[in-house]
Design a protein around this ligand. Structure first.
Ligand code: BGC
Length: 744
């Protein structure tokens, strides 16, 4: 670059930074001016969020200045009416902020977040979140309650669908991408919506995977695992808001957890946005047995640092008397209001409070659907492909069965309030549309929905399958079986789905099973019985064409599992980044059926594993096949002895040795061999998507700052500890060549 260009760039960047600082300084001034004019009641009003259930009552509350936000208005006229009351009929005219759960799309529905994470493509995930923001903001929504970045390691938990899976690093990368997409380049752009990272914190660790259940996370686990994505989105994505969680950790409900909200979030991370409670999670502190009544709950939540209360109304009812009784300080209230106003100013709500809401053209736009299709393609994971049965080679007759082949509602997945099933393109529809003229397609659902127990159609299925060249069987879960409050204790296929699969397998016609689900299901037997398996999660509006493109090889699968698939529920919790134990199994242990009769108590070796199912998962984190093969060669380190502020360069050669163009997600894992506390056996530290033509070879380089190996050790301070490290580069969490280095 020429010197003059470089100088111009520097000046430009400096200018940008300076103008950002000025605008934030201007906002701070405005906040203080406004705050001085506000009465205590008006301040408490800002801290209150109403639900849109009863708008007639809400209108009155808003007019009295007793609401700062309403959630779930999706009609722009109603939004404008409410806003007019706030802006034009209250003393200070402070605008409302309208929130909504826009989780994986507003109208155009993208794959569930767990599916999005399987793409390992943050750029595309960001684009999807941008589309969601553009569509949602059109109705006046300027705040979404997403992303959910709870680390989720238990597939019984229905909300695993809404998570990015088990890994703190992958979840951080996806969380940042989603926040950037929602919030856009500038929050004040009318198409930007404030993000809300949730649920702070530890909600995904519910005991037994039962939603809302208690958690028991230690401070070190919080800091090394559960809080990592939250810290990252606060520090790297300029996150606007955070939502407290429902769970009580070690007996302390999140909405009353001063340590998390004050010490960590505000003091350590310097979070400048506002904190909202989850739905009624403040008065639920009474149900937890943490507060004797709603008044005490309000006191604890305000003092803990929950700035805005979602729907339970205890602040409006009790905050003033709590202040009079000196149980809460005016500065605490002032800080909460400052945080809320800061986001309202940043969103430009004071200048542009109303929504035009005159156009539906942005919904389901062609370019939105294209992003949805691409993301669905990249999220789907090929789990098995026996004898390279896929991609399909010009079949003449295809038999299509199963409850998910043509399920426009269920295909969208959980948390879809606004997407319209009439816009969903199902696999059956896409298959007929793309190949209907040249291929005979025979469709019979046989089971009408995933829990269906009616086997009447099985004979018919058998007959049709026998005549076909290939069977496409679409199994899975209805969307209602995952998501909030929808936990399961049995993760086998519901209804007669397994029986149907078995019936079809017996016909010997090649069987491709496509699974749409909100979580990992326990599918060991069904994988064995199928010739090929595609795991499609709930893939959203454009899931149909995406699946068909993969089946026919128009697109080569590249998705990788963001979560470990256990063989059975008894193995849960099962995640790749576990600690080793003092007696790790080495895989050569005897299983239940091989134990000699009357074997002596210690003859099995006393190792840490299940006698009946070992300790290998069905599929490990990071796993996913392609129609081609990739060979990893010449892995080399720039140095093997490093200092704590060094950057380690890792190079390798990646070759596509198969016949199809493909994308490999190259994963880098590290392990600290001995430290002041025991650490996970592997941790994902980086990944790259590498596109290769058939036969092509590329050099790949990772730059790993040694500081990325820092963790909270014995003294609960984050740092790198000197010692030996192993590192793997490979295609999933249990593969890869090991190389070693030392940090001095
Ligand atoms: C959920 C949140 C959601 C909120 C508002 C709660 O029940 O836990 O994730 O954002 O409702 O709908």
């Amino acid at each position: 670059m020429k010197k003059s260009c470089f100088l111009a760039l520097l000046l430009f960047l400096f200018g940008l930074k300076a103008s950002a600082q000025t605008s934030s300084a201007v906002i701070e001034k405005k906040i203080e001016v406004l705050l001085k004019k506000m009465t205590l009641k008006e301040k408490i009003g800002q801290m209150n969020q109403l639900s849109a259930d009863d708008m007639e009552t809400n209108f009155k509350v808003i007019q009295q200045g007793m609401a700062g936000s309403v959630l779930s208005i999706t009609n722009p006229e109603i939004a404008n009416k409410a806003q007019r009351l706030a802006v034009e009929q209250t003393r200070l005219g402070i605008p409302l902020i309208f929130g909504r759960d826009v989780i994986h799309g507003f109208k155009t529905i993208f794959p569930i977040p767990l599916g999005q994470a399987a793409s390992f493509n943050p750029g595309l995930v960001e684009k999807a979140a941008r589309v969601a923001a553009v569509e949602a903001s059109e109705t006046g929504i300027r705040w979404t309650f997403a992303p959910m970045i709870d680390i989720a390691r238990d597939p019984r938990w229905g909300r695993i669908a809404e998570s990015c899976g088990e890994d703190p690093y992958l979840t951080s990368i996806m969380g940042i991408a989603m926040v950037n997409g929602f919030q856009g380049k500038n929050l004040s752009d009318p198409s930007s919506i404030a993000g809300c990272a949730k649920h702070f914190a530890g909600y995904g660790a519910a005991e037994g995977g039962r939603d809302y259940n208690t958690t028991a996370i230690t401070e070190r686990q919080f800091r090394n695992v559960y809080l990592v994505p939250f810290e990252q989105v606060v520090k790297k994505a300029n996150l606007a808001t955070i939502m407290t969680a429902f769970n009580a950790n070690d007996g302390i409900p999140s909405s009353g957890n001063e340590f998390l909200l004050k010490e960590v979030l505000r003091k350590e991370w310097n979070f400048r946005g506002f904190v909202v409670s989850d739905w009624a999670s403040i008065n639920e502190m009474v149900d937890h047995g943490f507060s004797s009544d709603n008044k005490e709950a309000a006191e604890k939540a305000i003092n803990a640092g929950v700035d805005m209360e979602m729907v339970s109304g205890t602040y409006v009812e009790y905050a003033e008397s709590l202040w009079k009784e000196k149980k809460i300080a005016i500065e605490t209230i002032n800080d909460a209001v400052r945080n809320i106003l800061r986001i309202k100013y940043s969103l430009g709500l004071f200048e542009n409070p109303y929504v035009k809401g005159n156009t539906k053209e942005v919904f389901y736009k062609e370019e939105h659907l294209k992003i949805a299709e691409k993301l669905a393609e990249e999220s789907i994971v090929l789990l098995k492909n026996e004898g390279q049965i896929l991609p399909l080679q010009k079949p003449k007759t295809i038999a299509v069965f199963g409850p998910l082949a043509n399920a426009p509602h269920d295909q969208m997945g959980t948390w879809v309030f606004d997407g319209d099933k009439d816009h969903t393109v199902t696999p059956l529809f896409a298959l007929k549309e793309k190949y209907g003229e040249n291929i005979t397609i025979i469709y019979e659902p046989i089971l009408k929905y995933s829990r269906d127990q009616d086997s009447t159609g099985f004979d018919k299925a058998r007959k049709i399958a026998k005549e076909a060249d290939v069977v496409l069987l679409f199994l899975g879960e209805e969307s209602i079986l995952s998501g909030e409050a929808h936990s399961l204790s049995d993760l086998n296929f519901q209804g007669l789905q397994s029986k149907l699969l078995e019936t079809l397998q017996k016909t010997k016609t090649p069987l491709v099973t496509i699974i749409m689900a909100g979580r990992p299901l326990t599918i060991e037997k069904e994988v064995t019985q199928s010739n090929a398996v595609l795991y499609a999660w709930h893939p959203g509006t454009m899931g149909g064409p995406a699946i068909i493109n993969l089946l026919f090889g128009i697109v080569n699968p590249s998705g990788k599992l963001p979560i470990t698939f256990p063989k059975n529920v008894g193995q849960i919790p099962m995640y790749y980044g576990h600690l080793k134990t003092g007696r790790p199994a080495n895989g050569s242990e005897l299983n239940l059926n091989n134990i000699p009769i009357e074997a002596s108590q210690t003859s099995l070796g006393n190792k840490s594993y299940y006698l009946d199912s070992g300790n290998e998962p069905l599929f490990p984190f990071g796993f996913g096949l392609s129609y081609t093969n990739f060979e990893y060669r010449e892995i080399a380190l720039s140095k093997t002895i490093l200092k704590k502020d060094d950057i380690l360069e890792i190079t390798l050669s990646l070759k596509n040795t198969g016949n199809y163009q493909g994308t490999e997600i190259v994963q880098l894992y590290a392990r600290d061999l001995a430290a002041s506390v025991a650490l996970p056996i592997r941790e994902l530290k980086a990944f790259q998507r590498i596109d290769l033509k058939a036969g092509e070879e590329k050099r790949v380089m990772f730059k790993l700052p040694i500081s990325d190996l820092a963790f909270y050790g014995m003294d609960m301070k984050k740092k790198v500890e000197a010692g030996k490290f192993d590192l793997w580069i490979g295609s999933n969490s249990i593969s890869g060549e090991k190389v070693s280095f030392e940090v001095k």
